[in-house]
Design a binder for this molecule. Structure first.
Ligand code: AMP
Length: 359
């Protein structure tokens, strides 16, 4: 059994080698921890800033054994960690945070919304379906149009399509691959917001100010934070976050995506049991950012302050936009964050900038 708090010099494992893992590893290093990554791709963004990079599949038993032997605690940077990996790590006696329940809930959109509604976190009306017939019935019950999403493994708007008429449901079900789906009623939102929240091993929670998010083609483009919001709205979001994290007995940072409806009602769209793109603004807008906060939480340290010390506009650098690094480096109010990805691909998240202004 690992004893917490973990002292500096301990080793933290990260499953996943992308930019989130890289920024987690950098934050961990700053607190005196060593980091070991597990990632199938050699030469990964996170692996290159870690003290050791294990190259292997996420569910490779030998790789997981090596990770478990090397680390005092293990975390992850993406929610689609295979269930088999979590089971193997548990059998090896590894300490994994956030826990298996948070992963299971976040991996299945029906389980996720069922959990949220049971814990006082409202969502759109929804129904699960696993055949063309049940999909058509679900659309008829919810009313068209409805949004059909695969229950598992969708991200950045992939794996989802609008069904305009109940009669189209069977065709859309097949177009999404004839896999189990969720049907969602449309959220008539005025804004998309998110809240980044953390919960420590002692149950203490810390919630960052609301962020306002703008997407393009399903991908986050721009975040403004702290979002302009009434005290009542901010308190509502915070209460929702605290209920979700408490309900999962969560340890770590979570990203919670919200829809704001007219009149200030909030619905939860989805939860990400990890640090989140819409929380990158905290790197230059808060004293302790989401990456350090996550490391603090999983290491059993006290959580840091979440108040904003600046107003930030975060812009993702997608594809060849990252080639403008020299221009961004010239801008005095801009903080440049690049992920060290070897290959530029259209739409790929290569980095981001935080434009920092006084509060
Ligand atoms: P998701 O993959 O669930 O995060 O959805 C990606 C984007 O699709 C969201 O950021 C929204 O812009 C939009 N969206 C998702 N669900 C709904 C919904 N039920 N009603 C309206 N828009 C939605």
């Amino acid at each position: 059994m690992t004893a917490f708090p973990l002292p500096p010099g301990s080793t933290i494992g990260i499953i996943g080698g992308g930019q989130l893992g890289r920024m987690l590893a950098l934050a961990a290093a700053r607190l005196g921890f060593d980091v070991v990554t597990l990632e199938p791709e050699p030469d990964s963004p996170a692996g290159r800033v870690a003290s050791r990079a294990i190259v292997g599949d996420y569910d490779d038993p030998q790789a997981l054994q090596a990770l478990s032997e090397a680390c005092d605690v293990i975390t992850y940077e993406f929610e689609n960690v295979p269930a088999a990996a979590v089971t193997t790590l548990a059998r090896l006696g590894a300490s994994v945070a956030p826990g298996a329940r948070a992963l299971a809930v976040a991996q299945d959109r029906v389980d996720e919304k069922t959990f949220l509604n049971a814990h006082g976190a409202p969502t759109v009306a929804f129904a699960g379906a696993d055949s063309p017939k049940s999909a058509a019935e679900a659309v008829a019950a919810l009313g068209a149009p409805a949004l059909m999403k695969t229950r598992r493994e969708g991200y950045d708007g992939k794996g989802q399509r609008w069904v305009e008429h109940a009669a189209d449901a069977a065709g859309v079900f097949e177009a999404l691959g004839s896999v189990p789906v969720i049907l969602e009623a449309p959220a008539d939102f005025t804004r998309e917001l998110s809240v980044i929240a953390a919960r420590g091993r002692d149950g203490e929670t810390a919630v960052y100010p609301l962020a306002e998010n703008h997407h393009e083609n399903g991908v986050l483009r721009r975040t403004l934070a702290p979002a302009r919001a009434s005290k009542a709205l901010a308190e509502k979001a915070e209460a929702i976050a605290v209920r979700i994290l408490g309900g999962l007995d969560y340890v770590g940072v979570m990203g919670i995506e919200l829809f704001e409806l007219r009149g200030g009602r909030l619905l939860v769209n989805e939860i990400a049991p990890r640090v989140h793109n819409s929380g990158h603004w905290t790197q230059d807008g808060c004293g302790v950012d989401q990456f350090e906060q996550h490391i603090r939480a999983v290491a059993g340290w006290p959580l840091g302050p979440t108040v904003a010390v600046a107003r930030v506009e975060m812009l993702n650098l997608l594809g060849d936009e990252a080639e403008a690094w020299a221009r961004h480096a010239h801008e005095p109010e801009t903080r440049l964050h690049l992920y060290g990805k070897r290959e530029i691909k259209a739409g790929r998240k290569m980095g981001h900038v935080n434009r920092v202004r006084p509060l």
